[in-house]
Write a protein that binds this ligand. Structure first.
Ligand SMILES: Cc1ncc(COP(=O)(O)O)c(C=O)c1O
Length: 425
């Protein structure tokens, strides 16, 4: 389907046949959902042995009774698991509760209200402040900024990560920019892995940004590879040590999409100074996280390489779903300009761009035909996609057959919306 040179008559023909196809789909009364970026029940079941794994042995290797209060930093075994995930020395890791998003929220509010380097460093003292947001990105990051009244500045994503020329230029020009969100591996939703050069340039931002600048490095998909030989993400910890900017980076990860999404362990890794600032505030909020769950996780992954083999099992479940999405996109749009997408080698999403101004229409058409898609705009700050073109596809929860059926509907909706737009010109 090449729209650029198509005659009016040809466009009319396409519109009629696509409309008929669409009506036939609607008549099926489908109820499918490509919105949920969460593990399927089959994936969750891979970790059911967590339940009962302790067999009433609650004492950690260093003699801590996991049932009792205390231990703001988490137990040593859990921090060691964090080291495996994040490649940061466990002495610079805090193992927390079940959600890294909570840790991000806590670090943001600590920096904003109380300051990570004492009260004078609180961002709120500087009045209006801003955050850089690579787009498309993760809506929950944007919600945190929005709630705190932090103005978000869009930065385009490239296939190597955020456009670093734009990032550096913005930071040089504006000292009220206090931070930047990053999902460096299998970025949500583009699936991009930041290149080595990008990681080094981000690590060095602390030396060109205004004071108090922090990169929020959300490595949610650190071990979520789908290919056998995944690209390795350069260590931002090492890069920041080399650049002398270690205070400007705060890293996050969790086992949410490794074990049980609602009952995992989350981690924050940062410099001594940042962790000290965080602990001051954290200690007011809690006496300590759930150490029993931390111990369960440490036992679950006690055997060397068990994390790798466990993630392989996730990949075996997810891969056919990703393959189905990519097959449909390739078949429908591989030889035309109706849409663009990145082929993700891991993570949870595939990001699709329609022609400009069509994402909302496609999402609405799909919804009417029984296929729920993430609302258009959700991948941008304030829910506003300036091009109205990005759609996030999350294929992990439905069965392979359901993904196949949903993608059939999706490509029909994209074609129909695009042909109608061409006709209306
Ligand atoms: C980029 C990113 N960060 C964080 C999360 C949530 O992590 P957690 O379950 O550890 O709060 C998600 C979940 O979809 C995510 O995509």
């Amino acid at each position: 389907m090449q729209l650029a040179n198509a005659s009016q008559e040809q466009l009319n023909q396409w519109e009629q046949s696509l409309s008929a196809e669409y009506d036939a789909i609607k008549a099926k009364g489908l109820s499918l959902d490509l919105t949920r970026g969460k593990p399927s029940a089959e994936q969750l079941s891979l970790s059911d042995a967590l339940d009962g794994i302790l067999q009433q042995n609650y004492i950690t290797d260093s003699g801590v009774d996991a049932r009792n209060y205390g231990g703001l930093e988490g137990i040593a075994e859990a921090r060691a698991l964090g080291e495996q995930l994040m490649g940061v020395p466990s002495s610079n890791i805090i193992a927390g509760g079940n959600s890294s998003l909570t840790l991000m929220y806590q670090l943001m509010t600590t920096a904003y209200f109380f300051g990570l380097e004492g009260a004078d460093s609180a961002w709120q003292k500087e009045g209006e402040i801003k955050f850089l947001c690579p787009v498309p990105g993760y809506d929950r990051h944007f919600s945190i900024c929005e709630q705190l009244g932090i103005e978000m500045v869009n930065v385009p994503m490239t296939s190597n990560g955020p456009d670093m020329d734009a990032v550096e230029a913005l930071l040089r020009a504006d000292s009220s920019i206090k931070g930047m969100w990053c999902v460096p591996k299998y970025s949500n939703p583009t699936g991009v892995i930041y290149s080595d050069e990008t990681v080094k340039r981000i690590a060095a931002l602390g030396s060109i940004a205004g004071k108090g600048f922090r990169v929020f490095w959300d490595n949610a998909y650190a071990v979520h590879d789908l290919s056998e030989n995944p690209i390795k993400l350069l260590s931002i910890w090492d890069a920041a040590q080399a650049a002398g900017t270690q205070d400007s980076v705060i890293q996050f990860a969790s086992t949410s999409k490794i074990t049980h999404a609602g009952a995992g362990v989350a981690f924050v890794a940062a410099s001594d100074k940042n962790l000290a600032g965080y602990k001051k505030v954290l200690g007011i909020q809690t006496i300590g996280a759930d150490k029993i769950n931390q111990l369960r996780h440490a036992k679950f992954f006690a055997v060397p390489d068990s994390l790798t083999s466990h993630m392989q099992k996730h990949a075996d479940i997810i891969k056919p779903r990703f393959a189905s999405v990519l097959k449909h996109l390739e078949e429908a749009f591989g030889d035309n300009d109706l849409g663009e997408w990145e082929s993700a080698d891991g993570g949870y999403f595939i990001s699709f761009d329609t022609q400009e101004g069509l994402a909302k229409t496609v999402v609405a058409l799909a919804g009417e035909a029984g296929v729920k898609l993430t609302p258009a705009g959700a991948t941008f700050p304030y829910g506003k996609d300036p091009q109205d073109s990005n759609i996030r596809i999350a294929p992990t929860v439905p069965s392979v057959e359901q993904v196949d059926e949903a993608m059939n509907v999706f490509v029909t909706c994209v074609k129909l919306a695009t042909v109608r737009k061409a006709l209306s010109k």
